[in-house]
Write a protein that binds this ligand. Structure first.
Ligand SMILES: [Fe+2]
Ligand SMILES: [Fe+2]
Length: 279
């Protein structure tokens, strides 16, 4: 079914958490490992505005539907960051948006070159860049959705789980937009299919790599997706991506996890944690 952009923009809103009892975090604080993941996710959400800036230099910004979506999408991701930073604040971990922005400025050349590289790529592949952007966005949103649902289940903290499920519900809408756009645009252009397949296979990395250290990416991927159960979720993500035209057979998420040495079999974090508690 086609994505209804008018309905989406009319209904787009901040993820709600006013009704959640955040004092529960005082009574039952989250473990350090989970806070580390939430910090990573918070940085990723707050980084969306930089990602948007890069994409405004590409042909995607000339597409009215995509412009409308990305405006609302950027706000929703920012609010995800705010909600996560409120959880972190309950554990005396401050994440200040202005401070993060200042850190981005300090990133220097790499960060400043990103828009140029993006626009060069946009110029080189022309209108087909939009299809690549949409396929890339779909892969990112599928993985964000899976990560939030996985952490909600693993941690089992009632307030955190509810918040993460609400965030994941918005990520599902983002998936729907990117995937429907990617499907149509890839189906319409052989050149787009070839470039998208090449770009995703060669360059896709887990969301957050590039803005967090490799150690942080490895920690997050390891906790969320290690072991047999985690690998099943990873293969589910890859199977969604591989259903897009031209991307058949790709296993980009699994390849990325293999690159971080995340075990594909055996117990995951949940089981290991249960064993420690039972011992
Ligand atoms: Fe998000
Ligand atoms: Fe999203």
């Amino acid at each position: 079914m086609a994505f209804d952009i008018d309905k989406y923009t009319a209904n787009s809103t901040a993820v709600g958490w006013d009704d959640l009892d955040f004092d529960e975090f005082d009574r039952t604080p989250l473990p350090a490992s989970t806070l580390r993941i939430l910090r990573y996710m918070c940085d990723v959400e707050y980084h969306t505005v930089c990602y948007l800036r890069d994409l405004l230099t590409t042909p995607s910004h000339k597409e009215p539907e995509i412009g409308a979506f990305m405006t609302m999408w950027n706000r929703e991701e920012f609010w995800h960051g705010e909600a996560l930073s409120a959880v972190l604040a309950k554990h005396d971990m401050a994440v200040d948006f202005d401070e993060l922005k200042a850190t981005r400025v300090k990133l220097g050349w790499k960060d400043r070159l990103d828009p140029i590289k993006q626009s060069m790529m946009g110029g080189l592949v022309g209108h087909d860049f939009v299809a690549v952007h949409m396929a890339w966005g779909a892969a990112n949103e599928w993985s964000a959705n899976a990560a939030y649902l996985r952490l909600a289940k693993q941690e089992g903290h009632p307030v955190l789980a509810e918040l993460l499920k609400r965030i994941a519900a918005q990520e599902t809408k983002h998936v729907a937009f990117y995937a429907s756009q990617a499907r149509d645009r890839l189906a319409a252009s052989k050149k787009a299919r070839v470039i998208a397949r090449f770009a995703l296979n060669k360059f896709w990395r887990p969301v957050g790599s590039g803005i967090s250290s490799e150690a942080e990416v490895g920690h997050v991927m390891g906790v969320l997706f290690a072991g047999t159960e985690g690998r099943k979720l990873v293969r589910d993500m890859d199977s969604h991506i591989a259903k897009l035209p031209g991307l058949e057979g790709l296993t980009i998420v699994e390849n990325a996890l293999d690159g971080y040495g995340i075990p594909a079999e055996g117990p995951g974090t949940e089981e290991l944690r249960r064993e420690v508690v039972a011992a």
